[in-house]
Ligand binder design. Structure first.
Ligand SMILES: *[C@@H]1O[C@H](CO)[C@@H](O)[C@H](O)[C@H]1NC(C)=O
Ligand SMILES: *[C@@H]1O[C@H](CO)[C@@H](O)[C@H](O)[C@H]1NC(C)=O
Length: 298
């Protein structure tokens, strides 16, 4: 190829094959002519998308979507003055030098326009039962390259793996930085707090407002939890209290039944009158039991 340089040949090179810029910033697509003999070469730029190539510089004019937003910088570089997200594409610089023996060369530049994330949509359950699962989600679709996600609890970043932190060691969550989901397999009291999420990429970051997640404990769950601990004394005490309550309830219901059936009444006829239909007719019996329950409740 070195022979070409001394002979008549057009050879292109670039100072940056894959430039990037932030949206609304400027960027240069470098196309340098390393060797040429033709004095007035034809320079063209094409944008290559999935729909195929289209002209952005042709006949010494900027055209297409770049019109008014780009200029040619000598000899052949393309300077985009206000990049938009739609400019992310491959661009091809083509130089035709009629008087050279090798009269054509081209070079492809891969441009990435980074877009800052917008404020993500976050969903945090307000109230979760102790021991149940919970899912917190965070989504943002504008950012380019695609956003990564971080979650914060009470202003402190939650580590990807709870086992790497003393504070979160016993928490059952898994955190997916690509999808933004924070999943608790079994929520603890300590998981309650103020949560917010941050979407970030190379262009910047954005956060949603923090939201409170509460953890509530049902009595039954409390008992199950106590039963799962080694503290037998507490379980014993609670079982004792339960037995006393049940015994008291039985005594109350018993006294009520006796009273209703007239054991405390001097009128024996009334009790006889009652007993005969009660055994023969189920409806009356049910009604009687209803009354017992009502009085037991009051
Ligand atoms: C760049 O373009 C955007 C709209 O596409 C416009 O709002 C902004 O003012 C432009 N910036 C400059 C510096 O021209
Ligand atoms: C995690 O659980 C273990 C065993 O239940 C306990 O000894 C330890 O103190 C807990 N650590 C934290 C940070 O709560």
């Amino acid at each position: 190829l070195s022979g070409y340089h001394s002979v008549l040949a057009v050879v292109l090179k670039t100072s940056n094959e894959s430039p990037w810029t932030d949206e609304f910033d400027k960027v240069e697509l470098s196309c340098l002519i390393e060797s040429i003999s033709t004095t007035n070469p034809r320079i063209e730029w094409k944008k290559i998308t999935s729909e195929g190539p289209s002209y952005v510089y042709f006949d010494k004019k900027i055209s297409g979507g770049l019109e008014g937003r780009a200029v040619i910088r000598e000899p052949a570089s393309l300077l985009i003055t206000n990049a938009t997200r739609l400019d992310t594409a491959k661009y091809r610089c083509e130089v035709t030098a009629a008087e050279d023996m090798k009269s054509f060369d081209e070079i492809v530049i891969d441009l990435v326009v980074r877009v800052k994330p917008v404020v993500p949509k976050c969903s945090v359950p307000k109230s979760v039962p102790f021991g149940k699962s919970a899912e917190l989600s965070c989504v943002e679709d504008e950012g380019f390259p695609k956003s990564q996600y971080q979650w914060f609890k009470n202003r402190e970043e939650i580590p990807d793996d709870p086992k790497t932190s003393v504070k979160f060691f016993n928490s059952s969550y898994t955190l997916n930085a690509d999808t933004g989901t924070l999943k608790f397999i079994s929520v603890r009291k300590e998981d309650a707090g103020e949560y917010y999420c941050r979407a970030k990429n190379d262009a910047g970051h954005a956060e949603c407002a923090s939201q409170k997640m509460e953890v509530f404990v049902c009595v039954l769950m409390l008992l199950l939890w106590l039963a799962s601990t080694d503290d037998i004394d507490i379980v014993g005490i609670i079982l004792g209290v339960l037995v006393v309550v049940i015994v008291l309830l039985c005594i109350t219901v018993g006294i009520c039944c006796a009273y209703k059936q007239g054991y405390f009444s001097s009128d024996k006829q009334a009790s006889n009158n009652y007993k005969i239909p009660a055994k023969g007719d189920g409806v009356d019996y049910v009604r009687t039991e209803d009354e017992v329950c009502m009085s037991a409740r009051h």
